[in-house]
Design a protein around this ligand. Sequence first.
Ligand code: F6P
Length: 319
Amino acid sequence: MKRIGVLCSGGDAPGMNAAIRAAVRQALSLDMEVFGIVQGYEGLLDGEIKSMQWRDVGDILQRGGTILRTARSARFRTEEGMQHGLKMLETFGIEGLVVIGGDGSLHGGLELSKMGVPVMGVPGTIDNDLAYTDFTIGFDTAVNTILSLICNIRDTSSAHDRTTVMEIMGRRCGDLALYAGLAGGADSVLVPEVKTDINEVVRKVLEGQQTGKLHSIILRAEGVEFSSDELAGRIQDVTGRDARVVVPGHIQRGGTPTANDRILASLTASKAVKLLYDDEPSKAIGTVRGEIIAMDLEEALNVEKTFDMDMYNLVNTLS
Ligand code: F6P
């Protein structure tokens, strides 16, 4: 294969730029032509496709976000949209694609793959919700960002004897809350994978208060059935102490990528390009127990995500 495209799709994640850099430079090193597709599948449909050279990806390794920009494309999800996307690839003579993104983005890639375009999926999402890989690009950075927020909140919560309920991203996956909760010593971690009784959470805060604990930090992942406001209200009513809700929102998605994310991005994206160079069929690239792996794309997307209950229980044991 001589001419490939690279795009980012879905929510951005720190480390996507490191992946773009690796894809572009690996391709050029193999004497391939590489095209950057702007704003994911949206840009593909609009023909926003540009040739990428070595210097185009200089000075981006340390930057969050993505220089190619990204989007969630509803247009591409239609039969008509996919046919048009295929046509655009043909127009630009692009023979294979590196898709950097999460579950939805890789599913988009799978559809193109079924139409005959080899697609290599590089896992880029802070959510860590792709089951075939141990970690996704951006997850480690987001965990560290949340950790730093927990440290700040802890200072002020303990100064005021408050409970803080912090809302954590992750869509339907509780990994961000789980990892940040263990690393940050949260009192409770609430995730969509485990049904939680709101009364139990309140009882735990009250019990802590009765044994001399002055403040509590609760991480509530998005997707949990009761709201943060509801929980904070109940805690305040029962304990008679202040309970506040903190919503870091998209702050969790920005920032300079950690070494782990840059390394994961560089290894997976360069592997993706090498597989295209070797004319391999569509694959999802990831990491399993520290090893870089490439699995059939469809098979990878059918792997079911499991939740680490041991880690979850440990958060409770240690809090
Ligand atoms: O997939 C990444 C993510 O940040 C999720 O954690 C969150 O649910 C979603 O994207 C938010 O999407 P948007 O930026 O479109 O509001």
